[in-house]
Ligand binder design. Structure first.
Ligand code: PRP
Ligand code: URA
Length: 209
């Protein structure tokens, strides 16, 4: 079973309150999402492997650590995942980016894939799938399934807010995937929205609706 990590750093929790607040305007919403994404990237990379190299300081030669192992790939789920992408890239500027376009059919709540474009060496990379919302889990499961079909094996999921139903669904469908969230909320309402949540992430990021 993949682990669920709640990134409960005070700065993340503080900013998440403004993201949830219905009075927060599009500009401030976008900025807070960007900042939380950067802070979450710090948490999600906590266990990436290091190796020791020798470096010459102005004073002496010493051994010091650098990141080793697999290169990273970031996979934002369009469109709301784009709102977190730049924030993650601030900490991981060398990561390559693949895009998966999915929307949730408002009636059936089933994900519909309309676009996918991935780095050519995606199979060799450790991937972080990025989406602010993990509601029923349908979109996350579809994106991860699509990546696995193309040979990807090392995948983590990063969400601002998750519902318990979505976490359980992803853990059942993809037990090898760890999930990092800023908050685990209470439940889904009858329209598939996370309660208390933040509303529609894409609409709030881009000022649509
Ligand atoms: C939202 C969100 C997730 C999905 C979560 O996207 O960004 O991708 O819903 O719901 P699920 O866990 O029940 O699948 P949406 O379909 O609204 O598309 P958008 O990002 O283009 O607005
Ligand atoms: N998608 C959103 O943007 N918000 C939710 O609460 C659920 C799915």
């Amino acid at each position: 079973m993949g682990k669920l990590v709640i990134c409960d750093h005070p700065l993340i929790q503080h900013k998440l309150t403004f993201i949830r607040d219905v009075r927060t305007n599009t500009k401030d919403f976008r900025e807070h999402v960007d900042e939380v994404a950067t802070l979450m990237a710090y948490e999600i990379t906590r266990d990436i492997p290091l190796e020791t190299i020798t470096v010459q300081t102005p004073v002496t030669e010493t051994e010091s650590k650098v990141i080793s192992g697999r290169m990273l790939g970031l996979i934002p789920i369009l469109r709301a995942g784009l709102g977190m992408l730049e924030g993650v890239l601030k900490l991981l500027p060398a990561a390559k980016v693949g895009h998966v376009g999915l929307f949730r059919d408002p009636d059936t709540l089933q994900p519909v894939e309309y676009y996918i474009k991935l780095p050519t060496d995606v199979q060799e990379r450790e991937l972080i799938v990025i989406d602010p919302m993990l509601a029923t889990g349908g979109s996350a499961i579809a994106a991860i399934t699509s990546l696995k079909k193309r040979g990807c094996t090392q995948i983590k999921m990063m969400n601002l807010i998750a519902a318990p139903e979505g976490v359980a669904a992803v853990q059942e469908a993809h037990p090898d995937v760890d999930i990092y969230v800023a908050a685990l909320d209470d439940h889904l309402n009858e329209h598939g929205y996370i309660v208390p949540g933040l509303g529609d992430a894409g609409d709030r990021l881009y000022g649509t609706k």
